[in-house]
Design a protein around this ligand. Structure first.
Ligand SMILES: Nc1ncnc2c1ncn2[C@@H]1O[C@H](COP(=O)(O)OP(=O)(O)OP(=O)(O)O)[C@@H](O)[C@H]1O
Ligand SMILES: NC(=O)c1ccc[n+]([C@@H]2O[C@H](CO)[C@@H](O)[C@H]2O)c1
Length: 179
């Protein structure tokens, strides 16, 4: 984020509904890992707010815009929005808005182990990973693949630095190709 000019971030997890609004499934688990657990309309509006006026968005979200010369104001500069989340490509209204789509994958065991070390504001109940999180991941991944979207897959077993470099170079190439 620090490497990209005028860059803002929207986090999908910020749009989770309140615990009381989350449905309980037949499996007894709160169904967190489904689109219905998220206020995707609010998320879309936030993203559209950035699209309409990235300068205003940056200012209202505490992002410092890069220095501008006398010749170019912030309106003429390049602005980038990163949207990050676990269920981005199963909500088709947003797909038209994205210029680049990346999807980081890791195998089951690695995912289970990394998840067990995460601390969420709402802690995972015992059995949630195998009973809900992983099956929902497989279901959504299948649905996403059936939609044939232009998604680039990234190997999450590589280091964060390697993944960062790969994405950074890809974004730079994409921008150069547009000049
Ligand atoms: N490339 C990587 N190599 C090793 N560990 C990693 C890598 N990427 C993330 N991790 C670790 O895995 C854990 C989960 O990572 P992270 O929070 O980025 O995942 P996430 O999918 O965004 O999870 P959530 O959406 O629930 O926040 C963290 O402890 C993080 O440090
Ligand atoms: N961030 C949260 O409020 C929250 C609450 C309940 C569950 N989760 C989990 O976050 C993951 C995505 O980042 C999902 O797998 C949710 O299970 C998050």
């Amino acid at each position: 984020m620090k490497s990209l000019p005028n860059c803002c971030v929207v986090h999908q997890d910020d749009f989770f509904k309140k615990p009381g609004q989350i449905e309980v499934g037949e499996d007894g688990f709160k169904q967190w890992d489904v689109i219905a657990a998220l206020d995707m309309e609010a998320m879309t509006n936030t993203i559209k707010g950035w699209v309409e006026n990235p300068v205003k968005f940056a200012r209202t979200h505490g992002v410092t815009l890069s220095n501008t010369s006398n010749m170019t104001g912030p309106e003429e500069q390049l602005h980038i929005l990163i949207v990050e989340g676990f269920l981005l490509y199963n909500y088709l209204p947003l797909m038209d808005v994205f210029n680049k789509c990346y999807y980081i994958t890791i195998p089951y065991q690695e995912c289970k182990s990394r998840r067990s070390m995460r601390q969420y504001t709402i802690p995972d109940l015992p059995g949630l990973f195998d009973g809900h999180v992983w099956p929902m991941y497989l279901k959504h991944r299948r649905e996403m693949e059936d939609n044939n979207l232009p998604i680039e897959y990234l190997d999450g077993l590589r280091t964060k630095e390697e993944i960062y470099t790969q994405v950074y170079e890809d974004i730079q190439n994409t921008l150069l190709n547009r000049l």
